[in-house]
Ligand binder design. Structure first.
Ligand code: NAP
Length: 464
């Protein structure tokens, strides 16, 4: 894949970049090692000052950065600008909380003192996807850098300008050159990098094949990895739910980011007693969406990011219909990278729409007999990222919270990431967590310290 910006709304190639040579990569690795020696010794307050400056820079440039993101991958510009603001939020969140989350933790044992100390581990390689070109990177970088690590970014090949702009943000905020570096490299250059001793861990957000490749390359060198992969999230609606609210949110949850979000709701599982009502309202709302130019602030659904994504999505829809699924609405290309908001129902198990991830504005609609049947359908996928459950019955909500295999369950709300709460999946959606306290503890050495006896003349061996 060439490293270039191709506007998905027009198909025009705007900029192309050459991948870094081995020699250029070597310079950056060396720089990362030098920067790590400096950053690990910095106080949290010092790191926080820079991280807050990065937040300021993001806020100040949000409109330009948002427009650039839209030009590279086609998300509606309002959402792109909001994404930049969310990155500023995560920078401030970890600037405020890193010290607390990584403070020594005393443990009662039979030692005079024993405690846990969290220490940074070194350069971490982040392999990132194009769908949230800023947010995915910042939610890795803010905790990693605040913990004292340094970051190297291999971004998706279709968002090179976003990748370079993020590096510039950190540089302008006062970070050393080696603290955060963008590597414009191809996917095939990732494994050799992971073979290098100087890279201490890897995090990948993307597809299952890419995750399996990066995790196994890391494991071969006994390095830790975090994987944030795909999802085919269920959105369950029970009879006691507020139907209007559920339908409105269902549409939003399906078309977020033009349908290309790991935590977009993809499979809508509706109790049979309200199924027909839900289907009618859902179809009407999907048909009312405005599909068009992502630079237009009134657009609901823009183009998909690349022609290949349109081809893959359309093939999944065709195969599902061939297998017996019924088309409720949409189901067609609209020219260029645009795809009509679509609903499929009566989906047999053999159809791709039953359990696969559909990366675009295509909803799979299922009928459930009762709560157990809804849980069975919700779990009938290899993935386990998020789940949204709509019910006004507390006991029923509990059953879903316990029964659904996923990294997060949102009740009467759309699944969303938030700096304060952990984010991640189970099953084929990956392992490890980002965000919250768990996110910052992924790339640290959890060091146990045991001090058997008090030191001579020392009344306190407390950890402070
Ligand atoms: P992708 O094709 O897997 O690409 C993701 C990144 O991995 C890109 O930087 C890509 O580089 C790189 N890559 C691909 N194959 C690789 C390999 N064999 N070795 C090393 N690196 C490799 O995924 P995508 O199409 O960009 O993103 C969509 C997927 O990401 C969806 O499945 C979505 O659900 C998932 N996602 C998950 C989360 C989450 O938090 N769980 C969030 C967002 C997206 P190139 O671009 O150069 O190929």
């Amino acid at each position: 894949m060439t490293i270039s910006t191709v506007n998905p709304a027009t198909g025009e190639t705007l900029k192309t970049f050459e991948p870094l040579t081995e020699r250029e990569i070597e310079v950056k690795l060396q720089r990362a090692i030098e920067a790590f020696a400096v950053n690990r010794a910095r106080s949290f307050a010092d790191r926080a000052t820079r991280m807050r400056a990065a937040a300021e820079a993001l806020d100040a440039r949000k409109n330009d950065l948002g427009r650039m993101m839209t030009t590279e991958m086609g998300k509606p510009v309002k959402a792109a600008i909001a994404e930049v603001q969310k990155c500023a939020l995560v920078c401030r969140y970890y600037a405020d909380n890193a010290e607390k989350y990584l403070a020594d933790e005393s443990v009662q044992t039979d030692a005079a003192a024993s405690f846990i100390r969290y220490q940074p581990i070194g350069p971490v390689l982040a392999v990132m996807p194009w769908n949230f070109p800023f947010w995915q990177v910042f939610r890795f970088a803010a905790p990693a850098l605040m913990a004292g690590n340094v970051g190297l970014l291999k971004h998706a090949s279709n968002v090179p300008q976003s990748a370079l702009a993020i590096e510039e943000i950190f540089r302008d905020a006062g970070f050393d050159a080696g603290e955060f570096q963008t590597l414009l490299i191809s996917a095939s250059q990732v494994t050799p990098l992971l073979d290098d001793d100087r890279i201490r861990a890897a995090t990948l957000t993307g597809s299952e094949p890419a995750g399996a490749s990066v995790a196994s390359a890391a494991a071969k060198q006994i390095k830790k990895s975090v994987l944030e992969l795909g999802g085919s999230d269920p959105f369950v609606v029970m009879p006691s739910a507020d139907l209007e609210d559920a339908v409105k949110t269902a549409v939003k949850a399906r078309i977020v980011n033009n349908g290309q979000s790991c935590i977009a709701a993809k499979r809508f599982i509706v109790h049979e007693s309200i199924f027909d009502q839900f289907q009618t309202k859902f179809a009407a709302a999907m048909e009312a969406l405005k599909v068009g130019d992502p630079m237009d602030e009134s657009t609901d659904v823009g183009p998909l990011a690349m022609p290949q994504i349109v081809n893959d999505l359309d093939e999944q829809v065709r195969k599902s219909i061939d297998a017996g699924a019924r088309l409720v609405t949409g189901g067609k290309r609209l020219g260029g990278n645009y795809y009509a908001p679509t609903i499929l129902t009566d989906i047999p198990e053999s159809a791709p729409a039953y359990a696969e991830e559909m990366f675009g504005p295509v909803a799979s609609l299922f009928r459930a007999k009762d709560a157990d049947d809804a849980i069975r359908l919700a779990n009938a996928t290899p993935f386990g990222l998020g789940a949204s459950v709509w019910t006004n019955d507390r006991a029923e909500a509990e059953r879903f919270i316990n029964g659904i295999e996923s990294g997060q369950v949102f009740v009467n709300a759309m699944v969303a990431s938030d700096p304060r709460i952990p984010f991640g999946g189970v099953k084929h959606s990956g392992f490890g967590r980002e965000l919250g306290v768990y996110g910052i503890r992924e790339f640290v050495n959890v060091k146990t310290v045991w001090i058997a006896k008090r030191f001579d003349g020392d009344r306190s061996v407390a950890t402070e």
